[in-house]
Design a protein around this ligand. Structure first.
Ligand code: UD1
Length: 418
């Protein structure tokens, strides 16, 4: 449970953790590399723990030293147990890496349903194009590449982040060249390519719509620093915005923040970007964030939509959201309404009429970023807000409550939800 006594006014400086959405594919990539890989700036999160348990099950030794995660590759197994697949949907990104390394892979469909349907059809058809034979029975996938993985031209129907990563992992040691058309352009894709290239891969164009991969024979572990988490940065920016605060974030990549700047500027915040840090100064009362349409990068990210909705909830006027990536991504709206927000959701559109102030109440996180949005709103609310479902938040935020407390919020996190 997270307990917040609001309203807060945030001030001070914190550093931003490494990116969860980069760390998970990087750990899957370690499957491909002989010897030792060292990931610096690796966040301490439950999703990262799950990825480590998958690696250990496959036969790798993982050691954490502060924010370094060291992976010694000694693969003995090509199967991910069902329990681990069900804990984290993104474990599907291990598929391409394992089948490339072992010539076969077995895993069940990732379980649960948090943001609406999250199919893996694009992952499967893309791997099939590279010559991977995939059989499906009883909710499990059995993959084989008896003749090795073959480079191919693959055009994705949608620039899926996970499918692009899976393809890169499968193709980096394939025979011949792979071309991914309509690839996802998210910065996490570039981070994965940078690591794979450091390990001996030959990937060109990552971060563009067309990625070219010349297959290499083998990869050797290397050191890599995980990129800063752009969604965590947006979360702290939103926290400063709703509290009329002024904070400085260290260890950010300012280029990655650009697609998210518009709502902060629209709402009257002053954002100053300097080298690897960012300062945000919020007005006493926010203006509306106006119009947010989530899109693949470099559009506005779906993962930042919930925390910006918390800003809209207290902005002076009307804001409109259109969620184009996931079907069920307004579950935080109910919690925000409990705090007094005026939000109407109709399919993929949400209309937010900003209110003068929110009032603390017990609320329940239903997913990771939605949970963070409730914490952000709780900082602005008068009185006590209790946020349950903190296990979702721990999947992606390293000590969210502790960091906000160090910025002056009255917030504590208790270990177990009663
Ligand atoms: C990744 C991120 C997630 C982020 C999302 C969009 C990780 C671990 N997760 O998720 O935080 O919200 O990108 O930026 O990096 N789709 C299909 N078929 C597929 C795959 C995807 O139809 O085979 C659809 C999905 O249903 C969804 C859209 O494509 O509507 C986006 O999915 P995708 O980009 O693949 O997101 P993830 O990789 O799951």
């Amino acid at each position: 449970m997270i307990w917040i006594d609001g309203p807060a006014e945030l001030g001070g400086e914190i550093s931003v953790q490494g990116a969860k959405n980069s760390t998970l594919p990087l750990l899957a990539a370690a499957v491909l590399c002989k010897g030792q890989s060292v990931l610096h700036n690796c966040p301490d999160l439950t999703d990262v723990e799950t990825a480590v348990r998958i690696l250990e099950h496959l036969g790798c030794r993982c050691t954490r030293e502060g924010s370094d995660l060291i992976v010694d590759n000694a693969m003995v197994c090509c199967e991910v147990p069902q329990g681990l697949m069900q804990e984290m949907r993104s474990s599907i990104v291990f598929l391409g890496a394992i089948v490339s390394r072992c010539g076969e892979a077995r895993m069940c469909f990732p379980g649960g349903c948090e943001l609406g349907p999250r199919p893996i059809d694009l992952h499967i058809s893309a791997l099939q194009k590279l010559g991977v034979e995939i059989r499906e029975s009883g909710g499990c996938l059995s993959c084989q590449a008896p003749h090795g993985i073959q480079g191919a031209y693959v055009s994705l129907a949608f620039p899926s982040v996970g499918a692009t990563e899976n393809l890169m992992l499968a193709a980096v040691c394939a025979k011949g060249t792979t071309i991914i058309a309509n690839a996802a352009r998210e910065p996490e894709i570039s981070d994965l390519a940078a690591y794979l290239n450091r390990c001996g891969g030959r990937i060109y164009g990552a971060g563009e719509s067309c990625v070219i991969i010349d297959g290499v024979k083998e990869l050797f572990g290397a050191e890599h620093r995980v990129m800063p988490d752009r969604i965590v940065s947006a979360t702290y920016m939103a926290a400063a915005a709703v509290t009329g605060g002024s904070i400085t974030l260290r260890d950010v990549d300012n280029a990655h923040i650009l697609p998210m700047l518009a709502p902060f500027e629209e709402s009257g915040c002053e954002v100053r970007q300097m080298g690897g840090s960012l300062n945000i100064m919020a007005p006493r009362r926010l203006m509306p964030v106006k119009h947010i349409r989530t899109m693949p990068y470099p559009g506005f990210p779906t993962d930042a939509q919930p925390v910006v909705m918390s800003m809209a909830a207290v902005g002076r006027g009307t804001s409109i959201f259109v969620e184009n990536i996931f079907e069920n991504r307004y579950r935080h709206a109910e919690g925000l309404q409990r705090l007094g927000a005026n939000i109407k959701v109709e399919g993929k559109v949400a209309i937010v009429e900003g209110v003068e102030s929110l009032t603390g109440a017990p609320v329940q996180a239903a997913d990771l970023r939605g949970g963070a949005a409730l914490v952000v709103a709780g900082l602005a609310a008068h009185g006590r807000t209790q946020v349950g479902g903190v296990e979702y938040i721990r999947r992606g935020y390293e000590d969210l409550a502790g960091n906000l407390a160090s910025l002056g919020a009255r917030i504590i996190e208790t270990k177990d939800d009663p």
